[in-house]
Design a protein. Sequence first.
Length: 324
Amino acid sequence: MKLQQLRYLVEVSRRGLNVSEAAEALYTSQPGVSKQIKMLEDELGIIVFERSGKRLTGITEPGKAVLEISNRILREAENLKRVGEEYAGGDSGSMIIATTHTQARYALPQVVKRFTERYPRVRLSLHQGSPTQIAEWAANGEADIAIATEALDHVPNLVTMPCYQWSHCVIAPTGHPILEQGPLSLAVLARFPLITYDPAFTGGGRISSAFERHGLTPNVVLSAIDADVIKTYVSLGLGLGIIARIAFDPERDGSQGGLVALDAGHLFESNTTRLALRRGTYLRRYEYDFIELFAPHLTRKAVEKSMEGALSGAAGRGEDEYQL
């Protein structure tokens, strides 16, 4: 039995039983993957994958147990490498952060600056994507840390911890009629063309839900996945924008950009940005430090407690247990 055979099993399962895609992801041949899986099945004396001709059609009951154990073995093998890298490399290494555009652009710059000053020999990479992609990268081990507002807490293989809460604001060009409307309300917003986030990004779903609960249909003329695009089209007069409050810079967007921000925290539910780690992962010292730089309440002790709780089958710590 070889670790490579276990990798083949896990990758085939991850790719929806598509052996060709698994082989491509593993930089090997389809016949090679099929042969190694068959050899492992012969050695174990069980069938892992159900077949129809040459096509894999399902996972057997013993196969599910084999895949669960294989995932655990591969995770621990990766942890052995991480332990070796930490103690042999000192303060050097690499770390991949998977996150959204909003987090990378507005929440992380100062954290990254402080981290790179503290750990100049650590190669830090930011991988941007949708919340679903970010969750998948973290669950598959393609990213060390995931940061997003949506999707992370829906993946069983991830341990999620709340980082901070934020609200939305409405942005308008200087002189826009809404600035003379008095108290901001959903009914007032519904009278104007709106530009906001795609429902899958940056609390976009909560914006839609707020209008629905009040029986209102917003006139969304454009949706986007990042605040910079929204601000650009608001500046062109296409409509009012609804963005994350952290994405509005009073100096750059206000004084220089000619935009005005109106607080909308009373109109839409607050959002919680979360950090996620793959269950059972050994964290290196600089990873603990990065997490605490981003969310000071997530100390090493707090993170270890969450990870240990996940391994023992206990539910992760709720948001009310953290000071956000």
